[in-house]
Design a protein around this ligand. Structure first.
Ligand SMILES: [Zn+2]
Length: 458
């Protein structure tokens, strides 16, 4: 369909009409998870925001290629694997599975490609070799570093000059760097490193720096120039600045991504979310409390994507109430559309305005009022198709009983804890009994890892 989309482009610091390189084919790259820990609400916000962009683009362009990488080689991964006494491969596989389970629960569509860094080392090595050849990178004490001074546009995305960047960022000063802002493309491995994080290279055994993977993988799947690059606002500097420098220097005719989209931060009750403040909330924490994934999705989308989003109890209750309102005019049979139905045009127009979700949600509430007083099946179908487009179909909505029953929840959590303890003590008889008893009460317990159990109603 013809729909003009306006997006705020961080690169030009203004809202622009989205024009793609190929008018029929939109290409988007988004920085994905580093798989060392379960996705928290900040990670989930980014995933859900780009999922909504993806869904909108699919309405407008006949082809959309969406790439979201998985960072499975990183110092944080090495540290977490060491701490949990498991191999890096086991850890990254487990966390990737968790990431998929948790984002599936938020009705997030899988991207077209989800490349992993460890299977693209040769592409990274090739790009680093090109940068050395072009005199944009140098080898020093087993490291390969990008020479920031060799790229005159460095700082264009974050709109800062070199001195401001040195002063404003916690840049690592090291004796192997010419300039403190020079960043690592390749680093040597330590003797005690897990073998699965050690790779061969012309500069010896080691592993890539973080930034190079996005440059190498976006170029492989989307080409040197593509339409949109997205990620959290915290990635703008240095990560995205470094991606631009690497890609534009390795391929001198390239502008790299033409549009840059950044989503805002997430706070909890007005404070930064952190493990030390004990306000660290994962998607799984909320799902385990019986909050539906669809409510979490609506909640994460309820604030405009560029603004900071504050998670608090009231916001959660508001999202729950909104969803209840939408479903108040529907019955279970309505959720299954028997024929292809177009999405409401006004909602698409709302989103085409730099993803103005508040306007789109207000339109949904208007639609609720219309559906309520009308017996026109087409109107109802359009409403359901629009909910589906937004990823707000909750198939379990009507089968849910009172999930906010605290007493029952604490009983379930207590039984899960008892069963994990029994398993740890190798008392498998007791563990099986607990599982059977819970099943008799209509609760299925499902092990997803050594120390983790999920539950759901039969
Ligand atoms: Zn990236």
């Amino acid at each position: 369909m013809t729909l003009q989309i306006q997006i705020f482009n961080t690169l030009t610091h203004k809202e622009e009409i989205l024009k793609t390189i190929d008018p029929n084919h939109l290409k988007m790259y988004v920085c994905g998870p580093t798989v060392y820990d379960r996705p928290h609400l900040g990670n989930a916000r980014s995933v859900v925001v780009y999922d909504l962009f993806f869904r909108l683009f699919r309405q407008v362009f006949s082809q959309v290629t969406y790439v979201r990488n998985i960072t499975d080689v990183d110092d944080k991964i090495n540290a977490a694997a060491k701490e949990q006494k498991i191999s890096i491969q086991d850890l990254t596989k487990k966390i990737t599975d968790f990431f998929h389970q948790d984002t599936d629960a938020l009705n997030v569509l899988r991207p077209t490609y989800e490349p992993r860094a460890t299977t693209h080392i040769s592409e990274m090595v090739t790009m680093i070799e090109q940068l050395i050849k072009n005199k944009n990178a140098y080898v020093s004490k087993g490291h390969v570093l990008f020479d920031v001074g060799s790229y005159k546009n460095y700082g264009q995305l974050s709109n800062r000059n070199l001195d401001e960047m040195i002063a404003g960022a916690r840049v690592e000063i090291a004796d192997y760097k010419k300039n403190p802002l020079d960043f690592v493309l390749w680093k040597p491995s330590d003797a005690e490193d897990d073998i699965s994080s050690v790779f061969e290279s012309p500069w010896g055994k080691g592993r890539p720096g973080w930034h190079i993977e996005c440059s190498a993988m976006s170029s492989k799947y989307l080409g040197a120039d593509f339409d949109i690059h997205g990620g959290g606002a915290d990635l703008q500097f240095p990560h995205h600045e470094n991606e631009i420098a690497q890609s534009c220097c390795a391929n001198s005719s390239s502008k790299y991504a033409h549009f840059w989209i950044h989503n805002g931060f997430l706070t909890v009750d007005g404070e930064k979310m952190s493990k030390s403040l004990k306000n660290f909330i994962t998607v799984r924490d909320l799902l385990n409390k019986g909050v539906s994934g669809t409510v979490i999705r609506l909640l994460l989308l309820s604030t405009h994507y560029r603004k900071p989003f504050d998670f608090n109890q009231k916001a959660l209750e508001d999202a729950q109430k909104s969803l209840e309102k939408f479903y108040s005019v529907l019955e279970p049979k309505d959720l299954v559309l028997t024929k292809p139905t177009a999405v409401n045009k006004k909602v698409l127009l709302d989103l085409a305005d730099d993803l103005n979700i508040s306007k789109a949600i207000a339109t949904l509430h208007e639609m609720v009022k219309e559906v309520k007083v009308s017996d026109d099946e087409n109107l109802k179908n359009e409403f359901v198709a629009t909910l589906d487009f937004l990823g707000l179909i909750d198939e379990n909505f009507f089968s849910k009983t009172d999930l906010q029953d605290d007493e029952e929840l604490s009983f379930i959590n207590e039984q899960i804890a008892l069963r994990l303890k029994a398993k740890a003590e190798k008392n498998f008889q007791l563990a099986d009994d607990i599982r059977r008893n819970m099943l008799a009460k209509g609760i299925v317990l499902e092990d997803v890892g050594k120390n983790e159990t999920l539950w759901k109603r039969v």
